[in-house]
Design a protein around this ligand. Structure first.
Ligand SMILES: *Cc1c(COP(=O)(O)O)cnc(C)c1O
Length: 391
């Protein structure tokens, strides 16, 4: 924008980092405290049980001062050793990156190719595991909500497929862009390691990574896994019993996490999930009215936390995003990997309400017409209709 002053507030509508609520920012702004003192111990002992409820687990949740990528690595090195075989599915950019990381760590990755428009096919899981009579596959890696495509894999069906094959593989699930936005249940769904991060549904700034860990995963880690130090679950879980960490934790982000958990509890998780589903449905109504196409090709797998939209051939999604940023001070998600320039993404997760959604879609609609992308009719009006019908 040519003028120096940008009135009003920035719209951060990428699918993470998300808008951090003032309450969380204020909590983080408190003075840092002694991480071995009694106040910190009380904080941790209060925080961890509340955090477990968000994952739907009664087991340990290990918190790292790391981005989501650190939590990816932690999940792998605790339960798998170099040379171990893992089964992964190319559902999109993040699934591809996670499997690349697994390769870097010396794992033998079987990556099932995909078209980046669908989630993990439970039938493919069952078929491959049924063939593996020697039990060489040690883990199945699934990205619950593929942030590059807006596709949510059906984790309970993947679990059923593993069970139907009678296979002992661990189930590792990335929930970085779904936790606290889309229904998720670590224990009930039989997940062994759930990977999460702070900067998406949890409404925090970037900087915390999480592993929720099943008994089976703990058993695999005890005496197994890869050489590891900082990411070893063992010392963290042991120190956590006394409300401590084996290193200096991200104290102020933990203040923020306590406030975010408070906010999720006030709203209640079922209401949080319903709010996200409703905003996602209103966004899809807008996309339909514009006459554009979703990246997600299966109605059962449409994401509640973000929507990825394909532009017609000849339109450049990156110039649309640049224009929307310049003219309306709104950041939209880029097309990633093979969707670069062809798709853009609207994040509607975290601390987000009806009018923020309408403003976001208004900015997209204006940007589409300014960029000369032919849109059939008003997507904003269609989204308003959906919101009105579901008040
Ligand atoms: C954001 C994201 C990541 C990467 O997390 P970082 O915090 O950037 O390391 C991984 N997986 C998914 C599904 C994501 O949405």
């Amino acid at each position: 924008m040519s003028s120096a002053r940008r009135p009003g507030r920035h719209f951060l509508q990428i699918p993470g980092p998300t808008n951090v609520p003032a309450r969380v920012l204020e909590a983080i702004a408190r003075p840092t405290i002694d991480h071995r003192g009694p106040e910190f111990v009380r904080l941790v002992l209060e925080l961890l049980p509340r955090l477990r409820r968000v994952f739907g687990t009664s087991g340990p949740v290990v918190i790292y001062p790391s981005s989501g990528t650190g939590a990816w690595e932690a999940a792998l090195v605790n339960v798998l050793a170099p040379g171990d075989r893992v089964l992964a599915f190319e559902t999109g950019h993040f699934a591809a990156l996670w499997s690349e990381l697994a390769r870097t760590l010396g794992l033998h990755v079987e990556l099932v190719p995909g078209d980046w428009r669908r989630g993990v096919a439970p039938e493919a899981v069952q078929a491959r595991l049924s063939e593996d009579r020697l039990g060489q596959i040690k883990a199945v890696m699934v990205v619950h909500n593929e942030t590059s495509t807006g596709v949510t894999s059906r984790v309970p069906e993947v679990r059923s497929a593993i069970n139907a094959a009678g296979h002992p593989a661990l189930l590792l699930v990335d929930t970085i862009s779904s936790l606290a936005s889309i229904d998720y249940r670590h224990d009930e769904w039989g997940v062994d390691v759930t990977v999460a991060g702070s900067q998406k549904g949890l409404m925090l700034p970037p900087g915390l990574g999480f592993n929720a860990v099943s008994d089976k995963a703990l058993a695999a880690a005890a005496g197994g896994g890869s050489p590891r130090g900082y990411f070893d679950w063992g010392p963290v879980i042991a120190a956590n019993r006394d409300g401590m960490y084996p290193y200096t934790p991200a104290t102020n982000l933990l203040f923020g996490l306590r406030e975010a958990l408070e906010m999720l509890e006030e709203e209640t998780l079922p209401a949080v999930f319903a709010r996200h589903q409703r905003h996602a449905a209103a966004t899809r109504a807008a996309v339909r009215a514009w006459g554009l196409e979703l990246v997600c090709a299966d109605e059962r797998e449409q994401s509640g936390s973000l929507t990825a939209i394909l532009l017609p051939a000849g339109s450049d999604a990156d110039s649309l995003r640049a224009l929307v940023l310049e003219r309306f001070d709104m950041s939209l998600g880029a097309g990633l990997g093979r969707l670069r320039g062809r798709a853009f993404r609207i994040g509607h997760l975290g601390d987000f309400n009806d009018l923020m959604l309408v403003g976001t879609l208004g900015g997209v609609e204006l940007g589409l017409s300014m960029s000369g992308v032919p849109v059939a009719s008003s997507g904003v009006a269609a989204a308003l209709d959906h919101l009105r019908a579901t008040l």
